[in-house]
Design a protein around this ligand. Structure first.
Ligand code: FES
Length: 300
C-alpha cells in the first residue's frame, strides 16, 4: 500500500508499529491504521508526530500501550496514579488458572500490556469484595474485548477448561450454514440443549458466524428467553404483563424471592398467556395464581 503523502520518518514509525502487530492481525489492521492516520492528518503530509498523536489519543487499550512501548513514547496522558485501594483478589475455583490460560493465547510481546489490563477489568468487576469467580473472568474478557482472533482463541481455551461439555454445540452448529442471520436460532438451540447459554459457547457461536463476540453477547442479553446463568432444577416465572402488574405482581415476586433460598430460578416475564386470576405464575411448565404457586413451591 503506497504511503505517497507520508514523510520518511512517518513511514519508519509506521513500520515500527507493524512489528508489534501480531501477524494474524496485520492484514486487517494495516489498512485500518493507514486510514486512521490519514484522517488524523486531514489531507496534510503525514508526519511522525501525527502518528504519535493518533497512537496517544485514538487507539484503544491494550493496543495503545503496546504500540507506545514500541515507539518509546512515555504516557504523558496517563492519569496520575490515583491512590486506589488495592483490593486483594480472592481467586475462587479455577479462576486464577484461567488467567494463565488466557495469557498463553496472547503473543509474548503483548503479555506485558495485556495482563495488567485484564487484571484491571477483573478487579473492577470483583468490586470491594475482591472475589473472583470463573464466570467473572469470562465477563472481564468480554468487557475488555480483545481483538480477533484473540477473543475467539481465548473463548476456545476457556471452554476447554470450563467443565461445560461443548461437544453438543458442534452438532448444533453443523445443522447451520454459518450465516449471521442464523444467530438467534442458534442461540435458541444452544439454550434448549444446555438450558442456558454457557458463556464459553457464545465464543464458539461468534467464531462460527464470524460475528464479533460483543454482538453475540448483546443478542444473548437482549431477549428474555435467553439466560446466561445455569437454571436451577425448577424455574418459577412471575408474570409482569399489564394485568398481572396491576394486580401486584411485584409483591408476589418479592415474596417468592424471599422464600426461594436458592431452590429455584425466579424470573419476571411478560404476559405468559394465561391471564385470569392475576398475578399469574408459571412453575416449570404449569401455570396458576400466586396461592397455587406458593403451595407448589413449598413442596419442592
Ligand atoms: S398479563 Fe399476566 S398472564 Fe397475562
Amino acid at each position: 500500500m503506497a504511503l505517497a503523502n507520508w514523510d520518511k520518518k512517518a513511514q519508519a514509525t509506521f513500520a515500527k508499529i507493524m512489528t508489534v502487530v501480531p501477524e494474524p492481525m496485520q492484514d486487517a489492521m494495516k489498512p485500518q491504521l493507514i486510514s486512521m492516520v490519514e484522517n488524523k492528518a486531514s489531507g496534510a503530509k503525514v508526519t511522525k508526530e501525527i502518528i504519535e498523536k493518533l497512537v496517544r489519543e485514538d487507539l484503544p487499550e491494550p493496543q495503545r500501550s503496546v504500540i507506545m512501548g514500541a515507539l518509546g513514547l512515555s504516557d504523558e496522558t496517563a492519569k496520575p496514579q490515583e491512590a486506589e485501594p488495592t483490593t486483594q483478589l480472592t481467586w475462587e475455583g479455577d479462576s486464577e488458572n484461567m488467567v494463565e490460560k488466557i495469557m498463553e493465547v496472547i503473543p509474548e510481546m503483548l503479555r506485558g500490556a495485556v495482563r495488567p489490563k485484564l487484571l484491571e477489568f477483573i478487579s473492577k468487576k470483583a468490586g470491594p469484595s475482591g472475589s473472583v469467580t470463573e464466570g467473572l473472568v469470562v465477563e472481564a474478557v468480554q468487557e475488555m474485548k480483545p481483538p480477533e482472533p484473540f477473543m475467539s482463541q481465548i473463548m476456545k481455551v476457556l471452554a476447554a477448561g470450563s467443565g461445560v461439555d461443548l461437544g453438543k454445540l458442534d452438532e448444533i452448529l453443523a445443522t447451520y450454514q454459518g450465516k449471521q442471520e442464523e444467530l438467534v436460532n442458534i442461540l435458541h438451540d444452544v439454550q434448549n440443549e444446555y438450558s442456558y447459554l454457557p458463556k464459553e459457547a457464545l465464543g464458539k457461536v461468534s467464531e462460527f458466524l464470524a460475528v464479533p463476540m460483543s454482538t453475540t453477547y448483546r443478542v444473548a442479553t437482549s431477549y428474555q428467553a435467553f439466560s446466561l446463568e445455569p437454571k436451577k432444577s425448577h424455574v418459577v416465572k412471575v408474570c409482569d404483563g399489564v394485568a398481572c402488574h396491576l394486580n401486584d405482581a411485584d409483591d408476589t415476586y418479592n415474596s417468592l424471592d424471599q422464600t426461594s433460598n436458592g431452590r429455584f430460578t425466579l424470573e419476571k416475564v411478560r404476559c405468559i398467556g394465561c391471564c385470569g386470576k392475576e398475578p399469574m405464575v408459571m412453575v416449570d411448565d404449569q401455570c396458576g395464581n400466586s396461592t397455587w404457586a406458593k403451595d407448589k413451591i413449598s413442596k419442592f
